[in-house]
Design a protein around this ligand. Structure first.
Ligand code: PGA
Length: 263
Protein backbone atom coordinates (compact mmCIF):
# COMPACT_ATOMS: atom_id res chain seq x y z
CA UNK A 1 0.00 0.00 0.00
CA UNK A 2 1.23 3.42 -0.85
CA UNK A 3 1.39 6.17 1.76
CA UNK A 4 1.11 8.84 -0.93
CA UNK A 5 -2.19 10.61 -1.50
CA UNK A 6 -4.13 8.70 -4.19
CA UNK A 7 -4.91 10.41 -7.47
CA UNK A 8 -7.63 9.16 -9.81
CA UNK A 9 -7.85 10.76 -13.25
CA UNK A 10 -10.49 10.19 -15.91
CA UNK A 11 -9.20 10.58 -19.46
CA UNK A 12 -12.31 11.08 -21.58
CA UNK A 13 -10.46 11.04 -24.91
CA UNK A 14 -12.74 12.23 -27.76
CA UNK A 15 -15.98 11.87 -25.79
CA UNK A 16 -18.61 14.27 -24.47
CA UNK A 17 -20.05 17.57 -25.61
CA UNK A 18 -20.29 20.65 -23.40
CA UNK A 19 -23.85 19.74 -22.37
CA UNK A 20 -22.81 16.17 -21.53
CA UNK A 21 -19.85 17.44 -19.53
CA UNK A 22 -21.97 19.75 -17.38
CA UNK A 23 -24.47 16.95 -16.71
CA UNK A 24 -21.66 14.52 -15.87
CA UNK A 25 -20.04 16.80 -13.29
CA UNK A 26 -23.34 17.37 -11.45
CA UNK A 27 -24.11 13.67 -11.39
CA UNK A 28 -20.60 12.63 -10.38
CA UNK A 29 -20.72 14.97 -7.37
CA UNK A 30 -24.01 13.43 -6.25
CA UNK A 31 -22.50 9.92 -6.24
CA UNK A 32 -19.27 10.72 -4.41
CA UNK A 33 -18.69 9.17 -0.98
CA UNK A 34 -18.03 11.62 1.87
CA UNK A 35 -14.54 10.10 2.24
CA UNK A 36 -13.62 11.38 -1.22
CA UNK A 37 -11.69 14.25 0.35
CA UNK A 38 -9.00 11.62 1.03
CA UNK A 39 -8.19 11.38 -2.64
CA UNK A 40 -7.30 13.74 -5.48
CA UNK A 41 -9.65 13.42 -8.46
CA UNK A 42 -9.58 14.90 -11.94
CA UNK A 43 -11.35 14.59 -15.26
CA UNK A 44 -9.75 15.36 -18.60
CA UNK A 45 -12.48 16.41 -21.06
CA UNK A 46 -11.84 17.52 -24.67
CA UNK A 47 -10.59 21.10 -25.16
CA UNK A 48 -14.05 22.43 -26.09
CA UNK A 49 -15.54 21.35 -22.75
CA UNK A 50 -12.73 22.49 -20.45
CA UNK A 51 -14.16 25.87 -19.45
CA UNK A 52 -17.61 24.42 -18.81
CA UNK A 53 -16.10 21.59 -16.78
CA UNK A 54 -14.17 24.10 -14.66
CA UNK A 55 -17.34 26.13 -14.06
CA UNK A 56 -19.40 23.03 -13.26
CA UNK A 57 -16.76 21.70 -10.85
CA UNK A 58 -16.41 25.04 -9.03
CA UNK A 59 -16.75 24.57 -5.27
CA UNK A 60 -15.96 20.82 -5.47
CA UNK A 61 -12.62 19.03 -5.17
CA UNK A 62 -12.84 17.71 -8.73
CA UNK A 63 -9.94 19.05 -10.81
CA UNK A 64 -9.94 19.58 -14.56
CA UNK A 65 -7.02 18.52 -16.74
CA UNK A 66 -6.45 18.83 -20.48
CA UNK A 67 -5.55 15.80 -22.63
CA UNK A 68 -2.84 17.52 -24.62
CA UNK A 69 -0.88 20.78 -24.93
CA UNK A 70 1.22 22.44 -27.60
CA UNK A 71 4.94 21.74 -27.51
CA UNK A 72 5.50 25.29 -28.73
CA UNK A 73 4.65 28.51 -27.02
CA UNK A 74 3.71 30.79 -25.50
CA UNK A 75 1.92 31.68 -28.76
CA UNK A 76 2.61 31.67 -32.48
CA UNK A 77 1.67 30.37 -35.91
CA UNK A 78 0.77 26.80 -34.90
CA UNK A 79 -2.60 26.06 -36.46
CA UNK A 80 -4.80 23.81 -34.37
CA UNK A 81 -2.64 23.93 -31.25
CA UNK A 82 -3.56 25.09 -27.73
CA UNK A 83 -0.86 26.51 -25.47
CA UNK A 84 -0.19 25.74 -21.82
CA UNK A 85 -0.99 29.36 -20.87
CA UNK A 86 -4.39 29.04 -22.57
CA UNK A 87 -5.15 25.91 -20.55
CA UNK A 88 -4.09 27.66 -17.38
CA UNK A 89 -6.28 30.64 -18.22
CA UNK A 90 -9.46 28.53 -18.47
CA UNK A 91 -8.76 26.99 -15.06
CA UNK A 92 -7.08 23.67 -15.83
CA UNK A 93 -4.86 22.36 -13.06
CA UNK A 94 -2.83 20.08 -15.28
CA UNK A 95 -2.44 18.19 -18.53
CA UNK A 96 -1.84 14.65 -19.75
CA UNK A 97 1.39 14.42 -21.78
CA UNK A 98 2.68 11.69 -24.08
CA UNK A 99 -0.36 9.42 -24.03
CA UNK A 100 0.28 6.36 -26.20
CA UNK A 101 -2.56 7.37 -28.55
CA UNK A 102 -0.70 10.65 -29.17
CA UNK A 103 2.50 8.71 -29.78
CA UNK A 104 0.84 6.12 -32.02
CA UNK A 105 -1.61 8.15 -34.11
CA UNK A 106 0.09 11.56 -34.13
CA UNK A 107 3.74 10.56 -34.17
CA UNK A 108 4.67 12.16 -30.87
CA UNK A 109 8.21 11.32 -29.86
CA UNK A 110 9.91 11.25 -26.47
CA UNK A 111 11.45 14.64 -27.35
CA UNK A 112 8.05 16.19 -28.05
CA UNK A 113 6.78 14.80 -24.75
CA UNK A 114 9.69 16.46 -22.98
CA UNK A 115 8.90 19.81 -24.66
CA UNK A 116 5.24 19.55 -23.65
CA UNK A 117 6.21 18.71 -20.09
CA UNK A 118 8.39 21.82 -20.00
CA UNK A 119 5.54 24.00 -21.33
CA UNK A 120 3.16 22.62 -18.71
CA UNK A 121 5.60 23.20 -15.86
CA UNK A 122 6.39 26.73 -17.02
CA UNK A 123 2.65 27.55 -17.03
CA UNK A 124 2.21 26.11 -13.50
CA UNK A 125 0.23 23.13 -14.78
CA UNK A 126 0.76 19.65 -13.34
CA UNK A 127 1.89 17.31 -16.13
CA UNK A 128 0.86 13.65 -16.01
CA UNK A 129 3.52 12.06 -18.19
CA UNK A 130 2.50 8.72 -19.72
CA UNK A 131 4.99 5.91 -20.31
CA UNK A 132 4.25 2.47 -21.68
CA UNK A 133 5.63 -0.37 -23.77
CA UNK A 134 3.85 -2.05 -26.68
CA UNK A 135 3.03 -5.76 -26.71
CA UNK A 136 5.88 -6.44 -29.15
CA UNK A 137 8.31 -4.61 -26.86
CA UNK A 138 7.11 -6.62 -23.86
CA UNK A 139 7.29 -9.92 -25.73
CA UNK A 140 10.81 -9.21 -26.88
CA UNK A 141 11.90 -8.56 -23.30
CA UNK A 142 12.45 -4.83 -23.84
CA UNK A 143 9.76 -3.42 -21.50
CA UNK A 144 12.09 -2.19 -18.74
CA UNK A 145 14.45 -0.63 -21.23
CA UNK A 146 11.65 1.14 -23.16
CA UNK A 147 10.24 2.64 -19.97
CA UNK A 148 13.70 3.76 -18.88
CA UNK A 149 14.25 5.48 -22.24
CA UNK A 150 10.87 7.23 -22.16
CA UNK A 151 11.39 8.36 -18.56
CA UNK A 152 14.94 9.62 -19.09
CA UNK A 153 13.74 11.82 -21.96
CA UNK A 154 11.72 13.64 -19.30
CA UNK A 155 14.06 13.51 -16.30
CA UNK A 156 16.95 14.86 -18.41
CA UNK A 157 15.05 18.13 -18.84
CA UNK A 158 13.85 18.64 -15.25
CA UNK A 159 15.36 20.97 -12.70
CA UNK A 160 15.33 20.34 -8.95
CA UNK A 161 12.40 22.73 -8.67
CA UNK A 162 10.33 20.63 -11.07
CA UNK A 163 10.64 17.24 -9.46
CA UNK A 164 7.78 17.70 -6.99
CA UNK A 165 5.44 19.07 -9.65
CA UNK A 166 5.04 16.09 -11.92
CA UNK A 167 3.05 12.86 -11.98
CA UNK A 168 3.99 9.75 -13.98
CA UNK A 169 1.48 7.29 -15.44
CA UNK A 170 2.56 3.78 -16.39
CA UNK A 171 0.20 2.71 -19.17
CA UNK A 172 1.21 -0.44 -21.03
CA UNK A 173 -0.09 0.04 -24.58
CA UNK A 174 -1.40 -3.55 -24.70
CA UNK A 175 -3.65 -2.88 -21.71
CA UNK A 176 -5.29 0.34 -22.96
CA UNK A 177 -8.88 -0.13 -24.06
CA UNK A 178 -8.41 -3.89 -24.39
CA UNK A 179 -10.15 -5.06 -21.21
CA UNK A 180 -6.88 -6.79 -20.36
CA UNK A 181 -5.30 -4.87 -17.49
CA UNK A 182 -1.74 -5.57 -16.41
CA UNK A 183 -1.41 -8.09 -13.62
CA UNK A 184 -0.65 -6.59 -10.21
CA UNK A 185 2.81 -8.20 -10.39
CA UNK A 186 3.62 -6.47 -13.66
CA UNK A 187 2.26 -3.13 -12.44
CA UNK A 188 4.26 -3.30 -9.21
CA UNK A 189 7.46 -4.31 -11.02
CA UNK A 190 7.17 -1.49 -13.57
CA UNK A 191 6.23 1.14 -10.99
CA UNK A 192 9.17 0.08 -8.81
CA UNK A 193 11.43 0.36 -11.85
CA UNK A 194 10.20 3.89 -12.53
CA UNK A 195 10.65 4.90 -8.89
CA UNK A 196 14.15 3.41 -8.81
CA UNK A 197 15.20 5.43 -11.88
CA UNK A 198 13.70 8.55 -10.30
CA UNK A 199 15.56 7.89 -7.06
CA UNK A 200 18.86 7.37 -8.86
CA UNK A 201 18.33 10.71 -10.59
CA UNK A 202 16.63 12.87 -7.97
CA UNK A 203 17.18 11.10 -4.64
CA UNK A 204 14.57 11.26 -1.90
CA UNK A 205 11.91 12.98 -4.02
CA UNK A 206 11.17 9.48 -5.34
CA UNK A 207 9.34 8.85 -2.07
CA UNK A 208 6.73 11.47 -2.90
CA UNK A 209 6.52 10.90 -6.67
CA UNK A 210 3.04 9.72 -7.60
CA UNK A 211 2.95 6.99 -10.23
CA UNK A 212 -0.49 6.13 -11.64
CA UNK A 213 -1.38 2.88 -13.34
CA UNK A 214 -3.47 3.05 -16.54
CA UNK A 215 -4.91 0.42 -18.86
CA UNK A 216 -8.38 -1.19 -18.46
CA UNK A 217 -8.84 0.00 -14.88
CA UNK A 218 -12.43 -0.46 -13.66
CA UNK A 219 -14.35 -0.12 -10.40
CA UNK A 220 -13.90 -3.89 -10.04
CA UNK A 221 -10.12 -4.04 -10.32
CA UNK A 222 -8.95 -0.63 -9.03
CA UNK A 223 -8.34 -1.91 -5.50
CA UNK A 224 -5.93 -4.57 -6.80
CA UNK A 225 -3.76 -1.74 -8.10
CA UNK A 226 -4.08 0.83 -5.35
CA UNK A 227 -3.22 -1.91 -2.83
CA UNK A 228 0.28 -2.12 -4.36
CA UNK A 229 3.10 -0.28 -2.62
CA UNK A 230 4.26 1.66 -5.68
CA UNK A 231 0.88 2.42 -7.28
CA UNK A 232 -0.55 5.78 -6.24
CA UNK A 233 -3.73 5.95 -8.28
CA UNK A 234 -5.00 5.43 -11.79
CA UNK A 235 -5.44 7.02 -15.19
CA UNK A 236 -8.78 5.70 -16.39
CA UNK A 237 -10.25 5.82 -19.89
CA UNK A 238 -13.45 3.91 -20.66
CA UNK A 239 -14.48 3.41 -17.04
CA UNK A 240 -14.40 7.17 -16.37
CA UNK A 241 -17.16 7.95 -18.89
CA UNK A 242 -20.05 7.07 -16.59
CA UNK A 243 -20.33 9.43 -13.58
CA UNK A 244 -21.68 6.74 -11.25
CA UNK A 245 -19.10 4.21 -12.47
CA UNK A 246 -16.25 6.68 -11.98
CA UNK A 247 -17.52 7.55 -8.48
CA UNK A 248 -17.53 3.82 -7.69
CA UNK A 249 -14.00 3.56 -8.94
CA UNK A 250 -12.96 6.39 -6.60
CA UNK A 251 -14.67 4.49 -3.77
CA UNK A 252 -12.61 1.39 -4.61
CA UNK A 253 -9.38 3.38 -4.54
CA UNK A 254 -10.23 4.93 -1.18
CA UNK A 255 -10.89 1.52 0.32
CA UNK A 256 -7.25 0.43 -0.04
CA UNK A 257 -5.39 3.60 0.58
CA UNK A 258 -3.94 4.33 4.02
CA UNK A 259 -3.19 7.91 2.90
CA UNK A 260 -6.87 8.49 2.24
CA UNK A 261 -7.80 7.23 5.69
CA UNK A 262 -5.33 9.49 7.43
CA UNK A 263 -3.13 6.55 8.51
P1 PGA B 1 -8.67 2.54 -20.67
O1 PGA B 1 -7.74 3.76 -21.13
O2 PGA B 1 -8.94 2.73 -19.20
O3 PGA B 1 -9.93 2.68 -21.49
O4 PGA B 1 -7.93 1.29 -20.94
C1 PGA B 1 -6.72 4.23 -20.31
C2 PGA B 1 -6.02 5.40 -20.95
O5 PGA B 1 -5.91 5.44 -22.18
O6 PGA B 1 -5.57 6.33 -20.25
Amino acid sequence: MSSRRPFIVGNWKMHKTVAETVGYVAEFASHLPSSSSGCDMAIAPPFTALSSAVAAAHGTTLQVFAQNVAAEGPSGAFTGEVSAAMLKEVGCQGVIVGHSERRRYYGETDAVGAMKTRRALDAQLLPIVCLGETLAERESGAALEVIARQLRAITDTLTDADVHRIVIAYEPVWAIGTGQAATPDIAQQMHRHIRAIWEATFGASADTLRILYGGSVTADNIAEFTALSDVDGALVGGASLSPSGFANLVRGALATSPASQGV
